[in-house]
Design a protein around this ligand. Structure first.
Ligand code: ADP
Length: 533
């Protein structure tokens, strides 16, 4: 139904495509291609209504205590699409009280694990039923393509919940063979009230990575969504209620970082905080946690991931995957392959093909079929990306293509490729979080290992080679939480994800995420008659 409505909009919008100003690199005709391909005058109307914009506290949608609201925007135009209740410290207090009560007195940790698992499974079914609405909301508020949201991210939300539903009744401790006349067992218990702060680049997936395991383990939750993308967490939370989640088990507070986020991280009655976002904010969250009640902290932070193309790589495949590794989700991925290291013997061929691929990338309204790249999230990120592009040009990297905004409205950026990038340039050191590929040349494996590791980050890495020994050597030498060999951005529910160094603490997804939401209690019972031993 939604798909039909969208294709109707597509044909209308295609006929209204316009030319828009291009600039920078001297490849005028190429820029022309960018400009005319899909710059739409009239954005396609998303096939969804915004029904939930209040805070969810104790099972009810309510206004913020202050009565304040803040705008949620459409990144295609910069226009307001909804006014959302703006939670702050007082609302966090209300939400934490509800979560505390639901944990201490409420049914959730006391329900059987099987009953909990059934709630998660019913939720996954509801996500499938509402796939198109969730995807449309996600695309509308974030700018990611509707196709990506509908075919990959919303299905992954259901998949992750089914995965954690499977774990719920398989969590158990050990019987420990200790010295002496004791029976020793470990109980794996939920931690209590979990605070969760999520970012705007994958709102529904970050919801899944955090809420799924926390619920499976029997915790209750206060989740703060990102101020840029508050809408889908509220919708998903409503579906969890419909699936039978008791009131107070999941509370969602929309609002800003320094107010609502900081109040959550420093709350004395929150037992654990899980955060995904920038390294700078991660440091603040850890400090707030330490200064308040020393709550447990997991952090998933920034990255500047190397993508290494060896001389024996399948070049066409490597070009396509390096392109995907960087440009996917408008380049707004913490694990983006944002330093493309290419062996000098294949560098020229790789560069030509990468540039051609970037020039073929379709940019435009994310609701239009066939579009690969939508707008950046907001004006702040958009301006920041353009500043980084400027710094690349000023530091004498070669701008191969792109380099400017796309169209004249909203936050679109042309797919941009730099060559002749040196390790000490800002574009090779900082997380740009945009569609800007930096290609660097290397000669020796030892050299590329050193250079790839010479960063404060350690989130992910990509390795392209057909030689097993080279693959083994690189995957062991690279200091990163994930190494993808001849692939990139493979995010199965069971695969752990997290960072070395300043890319974070702890792992999410898979069995590893359960450790974040469980405490281990040792129960030591004296045996009455040691002779029984
Ligand atoms: P970005 O710069 O990409 O927006 P942030 O790390 O600032 O990334 O934001 C990620 C999440 O952290 C968002 O939900 C944001 O509101 C929250 N946040 C930002 N500042 C703080 C803070 N001081 N304390 C707690 N949370 C914060």
């Amino acid at each position: 139904m939604a798909a039909r409505r969208i294709s109707g909009f597509i044909s209308r919008s295609l006929s209204s495509s316009i030319a828009s100003p291009g600039r920078t690199c001297n490849l005028r005709s190429e820029i022309q291609r960018f400009s005319t391909a899909a710059a739409l005058q009239e954005p396609i109307t998303p096939p969804v209504r915004i029904n939930y914009s209040q805070l969810l506290i104790d099972g009810k949608f309510v206004d913020a205590a202050s009565g304040k609201t803040f705008p949620a925007f459409d990144p295609r135009t910069g226009e307001v699409i909804a006014n959302v209740a703006e939670g702050d410290a007082e609302d966090i207090n209300r939400a934490v009280s509800a979560a505390r009560k639901a944990f201490d007195e409420g049914p959730w940790p006391k329900m059987t694990a099987y009953e909990r698992s059934c709630v998660l499974l019913r939720f996954a079914d509801l996500v499938e039923k509402h796939n198109d609405e969730l995807a449309a909301l996600e695309s509308w508020n974030n700018g990611k393509t509707y196709e990506q949201a509908a075919k990959s991210e919303v299905p992954m939300l259901a998949r992750l919940f089914r995965y954690y539903a499977g774990w719920a009744d398989k969590i158990h401790g050990l019987t420990v063979p200790a010295d002496g006349p004791y029976h020793v067992q470990t109980l794996h218990e939920p931690i209590g009230v979990a605070g969760q702060i999520i970012p705007w680049n994958f709102p529904l997936l970050m919801f899944a990575w955090k809420v799924g395991p926390a619920l499976a383990c029997g915790n209750t939750i206060v989740l703060k969504s990102a101020e840029q993308t508050p809408l889908t967490a509220l919708y998903a939370a409503k579906l969890l209620l419909e699936a039978g989640l008791p009131p107070g088990v999941l509370n969602v507070v929309s609002g800003f970082g320094p107010t609502a986020g900081a109040a959550l991280a420093s709350h004395m009655d929150v037992d654990k905080i899980a955060f995904t976002g920038s390294t700078e904010t991660g440091k603040i969250v850890q400090e707030l946690a330490a200064k308040s009640n020393l709550k447990a902290v997991t952090l998933e932070l920034g990255g500047k991931s190397p993508f290494i193309v060896c001389e024996d790589a399948d070049i066409d495949k490597a070009v396509e995957l390096a392109h995907f590794a960087l440009f996917f989700n408008q380049g707004q991925c913490c694990c983006a392959g944002s330093r493309t290291f290419v062996h000098e013997r294949v560098h020229e061929e790789f560069l030509e093909k990468s540039k051609a691929r970037a020039l073929r990338r379709t940019v435009g309204d994310p609701f239009q079929k066939g579009i690969e790249q939508g707008p950046q999230i907001d004006s702040e990120q958009f301006e920041k990306i353009l500043r980084y592009i400027k710094s690349g040009v000023e530091s004498n990297a070669t701008l191969e293509c792109g380099g400017d905004r796309f169209g004249s409205k909203g936050f679109y950026v042309q797919p941009t490729v730099f060559s002749n990038v040196k390790d000490d340039m800002l574009i090779a050191k900082d997380e740009i979080f945009g569609p800007v590929q930096s290609i660097l040349k290397f000669k020796e494996i030892d050299e590329v290992i050193k250079r790839a590791n010479a960063t404060r980050y350690g989130l992910a890495a990509g390795v392209f080679t057909q030689n097993l020994d080279t693959a083994n050597r690189l995957s062991r030498a690279l200091r990163a939480g994930t190494v993808w060999v001849n692939c990139f951005d493979v995010f199965d529910a069971a695969i752990p994800f997290g960072g070395y160094k300043m890319s974070g603490i702890g792992r999410e997804k898979g069995i590893y995420s359960l450790h974040n939401y469980l405490q281990v209690k040792a129960v030591v019972t004296a045996l009455k008659n040691p002779a029984w031993l």
